[in-house]
Write a protein of this length. Structure first.
Length: 87
């Protein structure tokens, strides 16, 4: 495996599905998917998926302009409960 000691935390976070554990199968599946370099097609696919996710987020949580705000906008979270209940 081509991972340094410092990479272990990031590796765990990438492979963990949210329960704080990694099965042996998930570990080896994840490691094998990380071999090699990302192709342009992989990066393009990732870019498209992220664009869809951001579009969904903006649909459910549209930016709310604020005149006195240092940041360009904040997000309206009023739709959050209906979004989480529909899943």
């Amino acid at each position: 495996l081509d991972f340094r000691k410092q990479d272990c935390q990031e590796l765990f976070q990438l492979l963990d599905t949210g329960n704080g554990e990694i099965s042996v199968k998930d570990f080896f599946d994840g490691i094998s998917r990380m071999k090699g370099e990302a192709s342009a097609r992989d990066l393009f696919r990732l870019d498209r998926k992220l664009a869809k996710i951001f579009a969904l987020l903006e649909h459910y949580f549209p930016p709310v302009p604020q005149d006195d705000c240092v940041t360009p906008c904040s997000y309206n979270l009023s739709n959050y409960n209906s979004l989480t209940r529909s899943q």
